[in-house]
Design a protein around this ligand. Structure first.
Ligand code: SF4
Length: 316
């Protein structure tokens, strides 16, 4: 925390790289130090364009799943890295059959969901994953199901799918979620599933890191005049943090880096707040699980500079 009594910047305790992302990043950097082969991550290692550019400078590239076959002729000179989100079961089989060298950096929490789906869907009629249909983690997870499987984004889609795909309230279905799904929404989905179907197998699969961050951002957003969410615009967990912050704080902003801060707007808000007697202007900052520490630090420093300058201008 930095403050000059009239303004302060408060950073969430759980901001920045989570355990799974740090592990994946360390894995790929360690691999870089051990091999001269070209390294490809299957999809972006983390959803942060600045970081992806930094990896390119180290000869670590991104290959999308559908383009992997184009690397087949050169497979003896490359190593693939499976990122924290994991990949589809079929793709693991393909890599093994074709003899690709690969390192698996799937987060253990994601692997746990794959195991749940694999073990529990053998006798089930349906497997539902609450999450984002296009997100690689959700796409990977449903590939482990031995029954019909679908990704649902919200409670109403869940209800519609259950009614369409199950024939009796006694049909067995498996309910899981993406690790970054909204906790409050998932609790409601679980209640609905229990109310409508007697034979549902429901699993708590939201990552505790995500839950902690989401709870923390609710609290911080209530206490701050401005909330800054630092992270990639394509990062699912960053977008969720932004959604939550926007619910509780009227001035919430998602920024990828320090120079995206709206200096004029933040200065104006700060000056307006400080017109009130004894007011303190507070900026809250949190960051998605894929935001590198130095980028978060730059945003903190820049935000502090902006509000300290603005507060100086209001001093008579
Ligand atoms: S958010 Fe949780 S599940 Fe996802 S990579 Fe990080 S630790 Fe793993």
């Amino acid at each position: 925390m930095q403050d000059n009594t009239r303004v302060k910047v408060v950073t969430a305790k759980n901001a920045g790289f989570c355990f799974g992302v740090r592990r994946a990043v360390d894995t790929v950097l360690e691999l870089r130090s051990k091999t001269d082969k070209k390294i490809y991550t299957v999809g972006e290692l983390i959803h942060n364009s600045i970081f992806v550019e930094r990896l390119k400078e180290k000869n670590i590239f991104v290959v999308e799943e559908e383009d992997i076959p184009t690397l087949e002729k050169d497979k003896d000179n490359i190593v693939l890295v499976v990122r924290a989100h994991g990949i589809k079961k079929e793709l693991v089989k393909y890599l093994e059959e074709k003899g690709f060298e690969y390192v698996n950096a799937t987060c253990p929490y994601v692997e746990r969901i794959h195991e749940i789906v694999d073990k529990n869907t053998r006798d089930a009629s349906l497997c539902v994953v609450m999450g984002d249909k296009k997100h690689p983690e959700a796409v990977g997870t449903i590939s482990y199901a031995h029954c019909d499987a679908v990704v649902c984004s919200d409670e109403s889609e869940l209800e519609q799918n259950l009614k369409e795909k199950l024939t009796s309230f006694e049909d067995c279905f498996v309910l899981t979620s993406q690790t970054t799904y909204n906790n409050e929404k998932y609790v409601n989905c679980q209640k609905l599933a229990k109310k409508l179907y007697t034979n549902s197998k429901i699993f708590d699969t939201i990552c505790s890191v995500t839950e902690k961050r989401q709870n923390e951002v609710v609290q911080l957003s209530k206490e701050c005049d401005v909330m800054l969410i630092v992270g990639g615009k394509k990062s699912s967990n960053t977008k969720k943090l932004f959604e939550i912050a926007s619910e509780y704080c009227r001035e919430a902003y998602l920024v990828e880096k320090a120079d995206e801060l709206d200096e004029d707007k933040i200065s104006a808000l700060c000056k307006e707040t400080l017109l009130q007697p004894n007011a303190v202007f507070t900026v809250g900052i949190t960051a998605g699980a894929s935001t590198p520490d130095d980028i978060l630090e730059e945003v903190k420093v820049r935000a502090s500079e902006i509000i300290i300058t603005a507060s100086g201008e209001t001093t008579t």
